[in-house]
Design a binder for this molecule. Sequence first.
Ligand code: ZL4
Ligand code: CA
Ligand code: ZN
Length: 390
Amino acid sequence: LYKVQRPQGYQVSWHANPAVEAHHFGQSHPMKPWRLTLTKQLVMAYGMHHAMDLYLARAATYEELADFHESDYLDFLRQVMPGDMDRAEQSENVVRFNFGDDCPIFDGLYNYCSLYAGGTVDAARKLCNNQSDIAINWSGGLHHAKKAEASGFCYVNDIVLGVLQLLRHHPRVMYIDIDVHHGDGVEQAFWSTDRVLTVSFHKYDKDNFFPGTGALEDTGPNHPLNPGAHHSINVPLNDGIDDDSYIDLYHQVIGACVENYRPGAIVLQCGADSLGCDRLGCFNLNVRAHGACVAFTKTFGLPLLVVGGGGYTPRNVSRAWAHETSILIDADQVIDSTIPESVAFRNHFGPDYSLFPPLSEIRRLENKNSRPYLEGLVEAVHEQLRYIKG
Ligand code: ZL4
Ligand code: CA
Ligand code: ZN
């Protein structure tokens, strides 16, 4: 075990319920809650749990879920059973609420949803009570869920619930999403308000990449008197973006957003499907570059709610989230890049047993984001920020 010194001056809290990890979306479904087990094993093998306050996440109550979701939808979510997908009397709701291959009905579905949502709500409340400065829920980050619809492996939008908690104490909250997919559910939930600035970086290809939204031009409601106008920021990217371009872009976009909007708290969705070698993703980031975004976000010293999200190559998801945990507790400089001998499931990390395998080399992808294209994105975002004053 490695000795990690508790950093002086700020508290990091970890919110998780191991019951989340045991749920299965079904044979060959890309979403594997088991990646959370792997993450936790790494974090513990490095001794990072000694430097955080550990909380067992409660299940969010029905009423808490109803802060965002419609009761018709929650009632269905609460009572469906595996098999209902093919049961005639349920077929209307299965279609209406968008259940199917992406969002299957599996054993314990409502339990799964209420536990990951409970973690994010708890985390947000710890930040509001000043009992935590940085609160982490790697099981959250399910950014596609709508108020009455499941979408893209997401059923309950824990991020929206967390932001709603933070809005009770902070006039302005900024949401940042580095998942390879567009954070459409969060954007939509806060589309018409200037109290939340949403920023998503994602692969954008309207007809060929899920969910097909998040164009640069989609900046909020078009009516200038709608307070939400200009308060959605979209950074649409092409395949193969590399470490240096992404970090540079992130610094330029997020630096300017924080400076102009002056949020009271930040919510960061750390979807790990933006890493190279992801089963569904098409970016070419290494673990260090993904982590550099987390590190930069932390430099503002604002209350920070960190959630997970996508990530479909479990060994790399756990590497990224363990590395990011070490950044958040200020221990990234003291932990060994070789994965500890003591870690459970260590075979998953071979043959290199490194926290930082060369993901960008393993599946070489041409960077289809030219310098001028990226410069144009930064220019457009800076232009948009001229309308925003916090
Ligand atoms: C799968 O193998 O692009 C689901 C989904 C289930 C198992 C057996 C069924 C086989 C890939 C994906 C048929 C599956 C067909 N199984 C799925 C338009 C689509 C309609 C559904 O990271 N088919 C939909 C959603 C995306 C679509 C991405 C990202 C979530 C997040 C946050 C959500 N949906 C085409 C796909 C498989 C499957 C294999 C799959 N689904 C890949 N991409 C999608 O942003 C957590
Ligand atoms: Ca995103
Ligand atoms: Zn994703």
